[in-house]
Design a protein around this ligand. Sequence first.
Ligand code: DGY
Length: 437
Amino acid sequence: MKDTLYKKAVEVLENNWKEGFSIPCAKLYPFQWFWDSGLIAIGFAHFDMKKAEQEIETLLDAQWGNGFIPHIIFHTESDTYFPGPDFHRSDLHPQSSKKYRSTGMTQPPVTGFVLEEIYKISKDKPATLKFIEGVIDKVYFNHEYFYDNRDPQNEGLVYIYHNWESGTDNSPIWDDIWKTMNPPEYTFERRDTTHVDAAERPSKREYDHYLYIIDIAKEHNYSDEKIAELSPFLVQDPLFNAMLIKSSKSLIKLYERIGGNEEKIAQLTQWQQKAIATFNEKLYDDSLGAYVHYDLRNEKPIKFLSSSSFAPIYAGIPSKERADKMVEVMLQKFGGDHQYLCASFDPDSERFNPKKYWRGPVWVNLNWMLHNGLKAYGYSDVALRVKQDTIALMENNGFYEYFDSRKDMHKDGNAGYGGHNFSWSAALLIDLLEKEE
Ligand code: DGY
């Protein structure tokens, strides 16, 4: 069974490969996405290192003159996706790529830790280190972009200015921010809901908000300064910042392995120490026993539990004492016998919806991070459970984008939702199956 599943996962990745990069899945996401690409490269590294490297190279080739890496790179024309390049207009930014059209927003910066994962997987370490040596400065430049441009109060935490930058697109975390805005009713043709049941996707009114934030950024040619001043959405996200911290840690290890680069190592260490200190001080919520988002525009914490609340475990951010508490909360609230770990949003909340995208379903990328983080902290049993749950979800349903967290929904193998033959689900499954316990 495991062998068959592995082979099927390889097939998914092969089918979604497009001459130098991967699409997350056909029709619904027909371009290259930033954090998808990184996680997909981890899967490829196990059976086709050349493709893993190309995936990263193509992504970094789209980097802007200021170090920014966009969230979608529109390699081709496609009429199956909205909003496309004509809406996003990355050309408005003076330093945007002249080679690729893209969005003017980014996504969780996974590239640093992806390079380290690829190195760990590699069976030809000298060759892989040589590849890393050729690309690592671009990733460093990306981190420099974040700390120089996205931390207006110089705290060590960076902001995101759009829910699509978080990766957790329609999380209930954002609901209270939507209440502070009153966007116009846009007229547009949704494409996602022609591929996927509308009950599994964000609403039209939510899309109005998404488009409106982009319009504000476009009015100011995607200037970071203006966005920091004017965007109605400005959030310090624990998942996003944990990814950045984890990636900085990986860059330090890789630079040390390469040799030289003392100044960069010193700078990364400084960013990282400050980031971890503020993260623990500002984003930890004692009453919830986990980390929460901070609304920088309205200067207040957003007190909800989501899978992002536990992601800092992957970056080694909490103390052991805090991690103990977090694991207890996760098991109690997200891990009852009737549930698969780990729902993307608090199952006890009235905002929880186990079918709707980031409002409740289980996601493979978050589970993969949790599994690795839990293992590193020594919670072997819980780590194993997360792994087994993740494998079971794909065994029962196939390589879906997200899955119902309620076990009783899985009896007929029909509780996988969103896109099918989804690349990072396949890629991270390969990685999980390869890892010894
Ligand atoms: C979408 O179109 O839903 C994408 O996730 C945006 O990144």
